[in-house]
Design a protein around this ligand. Structure first.
Ligand code: FAD
Length: 261
């Protein structure tokens, strides 16, 4: 939404990311993306995205079917939104550069330590791993799918729980890469809380297609049969999970069927 922190951070973040890449010689491309409507029912929301993009200062443009063919010749759609500012970068390269800058500034980065517990007393936090304990005034919990579990261990009361969904991707074979020029997205389906299957050209030229969204019975479980009894129970015993199932069970089964077929 225009005026939100997310909108503010996205605009600033995008500009600062490009500056960072230029300064440190990391290749990036502002290749643009298209959000493609394939049905009449999607046109109204395409207009909403167009207005919102403009309000956020982007040079978005609603384009016709024939203009879309000029941008993405192999895409069939009835209209699209072109977002010229969208770009691609290898985030691994960005993260590696950040690590080396911090280390050169004397910051110690500790890798491969699983945090088991965070405790906090007045003005002092303790972070415990299997074989080491760290103390500090502040802790920033950015443990992804485990951030709820770790926050709970630190005594934070949470109403929400993270339910893991696995997104599966395909890669286009090399001699079909020409089918996708840049980034191709569907119009988001607002009744379904996922991103939608899209095509992404990576900075190395490969093209990814995905993701779907399949319920996973293990956090950070990336194979179809990943299972963890405690984590599965944490999902299945959460009433928010059953609310989601009540609203989206048909789509959930379709995703599961597509994943195993
Ligand atoms: C295939 C794919 C493509 C994506 N593409 C895009 C994209 O193009 N643009 C975009 O904006 N977003 C994209 N995303 C989403 C983006 O990657 C995530 O939103 C982002 O990585 C979340 O960052 P995070 O730091 O919150 O969590 P994470 O990246 O999940 O990092 C959390 C880290 O904490 C570690 N951790 C967890 N528990 C512990 C513990 N107890 N002790 C120590 N460490 C722990 C985890 O192992 C992990 O390394 C993509 C995601 C996927 C899967």
């Amino acid at each position: 939404q225009p005026g939100s922190k997310k909108a503010e951070f996205c605009t600033q973040g995008s500009n600062r990311m490009m500056e960072f890449c230029k300064t440190h010689n990391i290749s990036f491309e502002q290749c643009g993306k298209v959000i493609v409507a394939t049905e009449e029912s999607e046109l109204a929301y395409l207009d909403v995205l167009n207005e919102r993009g403009k309000a956020n200062g982007l040079k978005v443009k609603k384009i016709t079917q024939s203009e879309l063919k000029e941008v993405e010749p192999y895409v069939s759609g009835i209209a699209a939104l072109h977002v010229p500012e969208a770009g691609i970068v290898s985030y691994t390269k960005v993260a590696e550069k950040l690590v080396s800058i911090l280390q050169n500034d004397g910051v110690e980065i500790v890798f491969n330590k699983k945090v088991g517990l965070i405790t906090s007393e007045e003005k002092k936090c303790t972070v415990e791993t299997q074989n080491q304990t760290f103390e500090s005034n502040y802790v920033i919990n950015c443990s992804g799918l485990y951030s709820d579990t770790l926050a709970k261990s630190a005594g934070v009361e949470l109403e929400h729980r993270i339910i893991p969904f696995r997104g599966e991707y395909f890669e286009l074979v090399e001699d079909r890469r020409y089918l996708v020029k840049n980034l191709i997205y569907p119009v988001p389906n607002l009744s379904f809380p996922f991103l939608g299957v899209h095509f992404t050209r990576m900075i190395d030229g490969s093209i990814h297609a995905g993701p779907n969204a399949v319920l996973s019975l293990k956090k950070e479980g990336y194979s179809k049969f990943s299972f963890d009894a405690i984590e599965a129970w944490q999902s299945l015993s959460y009433k928010g999970f059953w609310k989601l199932v009540g609203q989206h069970w048909q789509e959930g089964f379709r995703e599961l069927h597509r994943s195993v077929s």
